[in-house]
Design a protein around this ligand. Structure first.
Ligand code: GAR
Length: 207
């Protein structure tokens, strides 16, 4: 795979994962070039981070489109115009439609703050606490048309402590997210992710 990969990021909120990608790319520690940041939320803090890093930003607000399909069509056109080679979802709180995924032609990755398939969807950390699990963690996966359901690339656990709140558990998971997500991107860029159905094998480093 030719690197750096032309990479887009979709965001809806705070953007700490986006910031991590910006910092690593700037330091030359990740073989990606950030060329687009898209959001469904005009007020997302993540957009300010992208703008200050000089990355082209575009808002695709649902209210501006007649249908979800029209919105995704516009998003896909923008990404393709920017010659995307990789798309990273980083706190993007919408499901991408089947048409988008089938026609994308570039890999799409997501990070989710639970050990999938446990606790997909919103408030994963709150769900984990309510269930009473003793370990949780995060998952990097390829995106398919389902909700947090695509083939799993990497997972890492964190303990759930008796005194945890949603905030303390989220913070513990987030620290791991910021390490695991770039690791998955490195493996992808190095051509070391081999998919076979739902299973993703990490190939040995070639000598
Ligand atoms: C992260 O914890 C990410 O795993 C989660 O949203 C947060 C975004 O934080 N994503 C999901 O729940 C997706 N289903 P950030 O905006 O600071 O990167």
């Amino acid at each position: 795979m030719r690197t750096p990969l032309r990479t887009g990021v979709l965001v809806s909120g705070r953007g700490s994962n986006l910031q991590m990608f910006i910092d690593l790319a700037q330091k030359g520690e990740l073989p990606i070039e950030l060329v687009a940041v898209g959001s469904d939320q005009a007020g997302a803090q993540a957009l300010a981070r992208a703008r200050s890093a000089g990355i082209p930003v575009r808002v695709f607000a649902p209210a501006d489109y007649p249908s979800p399909q029209a919105r995704e069509e516009s998003l896909l056109t923008w990404l393709k115009e920017r010659q995307m080679e990789l798309l990273l979802l980083a706190g993007y709180m919408r499901i991408l439609g089947e048409g988008f995924i089938q026609r994308a032609g570039f890999p799409i990755l997501n990070i989710h703050p639970s050990l999938l398939p446990a606790f997909p969807g919103l408030h994963a950390q709150r769900q984990a606490l309510a269930y009473g699990v003793k370990v949780s963690g995060c998952t990097v996966h390829f995106v398919d048309q389902g909700l947090d359901s695509g083939p799993i690339i990497l997972q890492e656990t964190v303990p759930v402590l008796p005194e945890d709140t949603e905030e303390t558990l989220s913070a513990r998971i987030l620290t791991v997210e910021h390490r695991l997500y770039p690791e998955a991107v490195r493996l992808l860029a190095a051509g070391r992710l081999e998919r076979s159905g739902r299973r993703v094998r990490v190939a040995e480093r070639s000598r």
